[in-house]
Design a protein around this ligand. Structure first.
Ligand SMILES: C[S@@+](CC[C@H](N)C(=O)[O-])C[C@H]1O[C@@H](n2cnc3c(N)ncnc32)[C@H](O)[C@@H]1O
Length: 451
C-alpha cells in the first residue's frame, strides 16, 4: 500500500469506527456524549461494552497512527516523554477537586478552589488547565472550572478513581526508579516479587516484603485497593463476560483470589442458580463479607455464596474431587491473578488449581492477552482479533492500556501480562490444555481443562 493509500485507509477506519461508536451510544441512551456533559452516559457503566470497545479500539489506534505519521517526529517523541497527566490527575484526586465541584454546575473560580484546598492559586490554575485541555474538567469561564463526564471519575466515591489514585500516587514511584532497578545487580535480573521497582522505592521508606505485605499493613490502603479492583473491571469492561460466556451451563464457581467479590458478586446477581465459593487471603474476606452483606444480602441468605480463606501458594482451592464439587461440576476462575505473578509463582498457583479440577471442570483465566506488533506474528494470535491493514496488527494505541498494564505489573510485582503463547505454555506445564478463547475486545477469557 502506498503512503497516501495508507493515510486514506486510516481516515476510512476512523470514520467508520467513530460512526459505530456513535451508534452504540444512541442505541443505549438515545443521545451521544459531549465533552462538557455533566453526567455519565447510560452506556458508561453498562456490563456489556464489547461492541463499543471494538469500535473505540480501532478509533484510538487509527487516530494515533495517523497523527504519528503526519506530525513531525520530534513533536511525537517529546509527547511520549513529557506527559505529566498522571501527576496533575494525582493532585486533583488527592485534593478532592471533583468532590468540591460537585453540586456547582456553573463552576468555581480557581482562586476560591485554591483557598479551599490550601494551594497557591496560580499553580492550581495551571494544573486545571492541563487537565481541561485533555477534556477532564470544563473551563466554563476564564479560570472557572466545573466537573464534566471525565472528571466525575475522580470523585472519591468512584471505583475507577481508586485505581487512578494508585497509579498516580504509588505505581509512579516504581516507574521513577525503573532505570535503577535495571542497573543495580541485586534487582537487574531478579524476578522476585520483592525486587519490583515499586518495592525498591518503598524499601527506602521502610517496607519489608512485597506488594501484598504492604497491603496487609494498612486497612484503609487495602480497602481502597479492593475498590480499585472493581474499578479495574469497569475500565477493562470485564463484566462483558457475563453476556459472552455460557453461564447457564455452569452450576458451581470458585473465584480464586476473589477480592471483595469484584466479579463473583455481579455474577451471583445475574445468575442466581450459581453456587459460588470466594477464596482470598483471610483479611480480604473480612472486607468481602461486609460488601456482600450490603450489596447482595439475598445471596448470603440463600447460602449461594461461601467464603473460604486460601493462600494459593500453599494449598489448593476447594476441591473438585470432593463429592459435592464433582457432582456440581466446579468451574475455577482466576481473574487478574496470574498477571500479578512472575512465571515461577504463576506456575505454583496453576499447579495448585489444577489439583482441584475434576475431569469436567474448567479453569477460566481472565486477563489481558498481549500480542507482538509485526504482521508476521499474526498466526500466533490464534483467533484473537487482528486489526485491518494498514493498522498495526495489535491495534497499536487502540490497545495501549494492556501494554501499560504489562508495565504496571512489572513495576508493582515484577510480574507481567502474557501473550497467548505464554499462557498456553504456562498452562501446559501445569497439566492444563487451552480449549477456547473468548475475546472481549479488551480483556480475554482463556478456558482451560485438564490436559
Ligand atoms: C489483582 S487482585 C484481583 C482480584 C479479583 N480477582 C479481581 O479480578 O478483581 C489480586 C487478588 O489476589 C489476592 N491474593 C494475593 N496473594 C494471595 C495469596 N497468596 N493467596 C490468595 N489470594 C491472594 C489479593 O488479595 C487480591 O484480591
Amino acid at each position: 500500500m502506498s503512503g497516501e493509500a495508507q493515510l486514506e485507509a486510516l481516515l476510512e477506519i476512523i470514520n467508520t469506527s467513530a460512526r459505530q461508536a456513535i451508534a452504540e451510544y444512541k442505541n443505549r441512551g438515545n443521545s451521544v456524549p459531549t465533552l462538557d456533559a455533566t453526567e455519565f452516559h447510560p452506556l458508561d457503566f453498562q456490563e456489556d461494552t464489547v461492541a463499543l470497545k471494538k469500535a473505540v479500539r480501532l478509533l484510538e489506534g487509527a487516530c494515533q497512527q495517523l497523527c504519528a505519521t503526519l506530525a513531525p517526529p520530534q513533536h511525537t517523541v517529546i509527547n511520549f516523554a513529557q506527559s505529566y497527566d498522571w501527576a496533575c490527575t494525582g493532585v486533583a484526586i488527592r485534593a478532592r477537586i471533583a468532590d468540591i465541584l460537585d453540586g456547582h454546575p456553573k463552576g468555581i473560580h480557581v482562586s476560591e478552589l485554591a483557598e479551599m484546598v490550601h494551594f497557591e492559586k496560580g499553580k492550581l490554575s495551571r494544573i486545571m488547565r492541563v487537565l481541561a485541555s485533555k477534556g477532564c474538567f470544563t473551563e466554563v469561564d476564564t479560570d472557572v472550572f466545573a466537573n464534566n463526564r471525565l472528571s466525575l471519575i475522580l470523585k472519591s466515591s468512584s471505583n475507577p478513581g481508586c485505581l487512578v489514585r494508585i497509579h498516580a500516587q504509588d505505581v509512579s514511584q516504581g516507574a521513577a526508579v525503573l532505570y535503577e532497578t535495571l542497573t543495580e545487580p541485586e534487582y537487574a535480573t531478579s524476578y522476585d516479587p520483592d525486587k519490583a521497582p515499586l518495592i525498591y522505592a518503598l524499601k527506602k521508606k521502610g517496607l519489608k516484603g512485597s506488594f501484598f505485605d504492604w497491603m496487609k499493613e494498612d486497612d484503609e490502603r487495602r480497602e481502597s485497593y479492593h475498590r480499585a479492583m472493581i474499578g479495574l473491571g469497569d475500565i477493562m469492561g470485564s463484566l462483558s463476560v457475563l453476556h459472552h460466556y455460557p453461564w447457564d451451563t455452569v452450576s458451581t464457581v470458585c473465584d480464586v483470589g476473589a477480592s471483595i467479590g469484584t466479579f463473583s458478586l455481579p455474577l451471583a446477581k445475574k445468575y442466581p442458580h450459581l453456587k459460588i465459593t470466594d477464596q482470598d487471603l483471610p483479611e480480604v474476606l473480612v472486607q468481602a463479607k461486609d460488601v456482600w452483606a450490603k450489596d447482595a444480602p439475598e445471596a448470603l441468605q440463600g447460602q449461594r455464596v461461601e467464603f473460604i480463606p486460601l493462600n494459593f501458594f500453599e494449598e489448593s482451592p476447594v476441591h473438585g474431587k470432593d463429592v459435592y464439587y464433582v457432582s456440581a461440576n466446579l468451574y475455577s476462575l482466576l481473574r487478574n491473578i496470574i498477571h500479578d505473578w512472575p512465571d515461577a509463582e504463576a506456575a505454583i498457583i496453576l499447579r495448585n488449581v489444577r489439583k482441584a479440577l475434576a475431569p469436567h471442570s474448567r479453569l477460566l483465566i481472565h486477563d489481558y492477552v498481549l500480542a507482538n506488533v509485526n504482521r508476521k506474528s499474526v498466526a500466533e494470535y490464534m483467533g484473537a482479533d487482528v486489526a485491518p491493514e494498514p493498522m498495526l496488527p495489535n491495534f497499536g494505541a487502540g490497545n495501549s492500556r494492556m501494554y501499560q498494564q504489562d508495565l504496571n505489573m512489572w513495576f508493582i510485582h515484577n510480574a507481567k501480562e502474557r501473550t497467548l503463547a505464554d499462557s498456553i505454555a504456562l498452562g501446559s506445564a501445569a497439566g492444563l490444555r487451552l480449549e477456547k478463547v473468548y475475546d472481549l475486545a479488551e480483556s480475554a477469557v482463556l478456558e482451560f481443562r485438564l490436559a
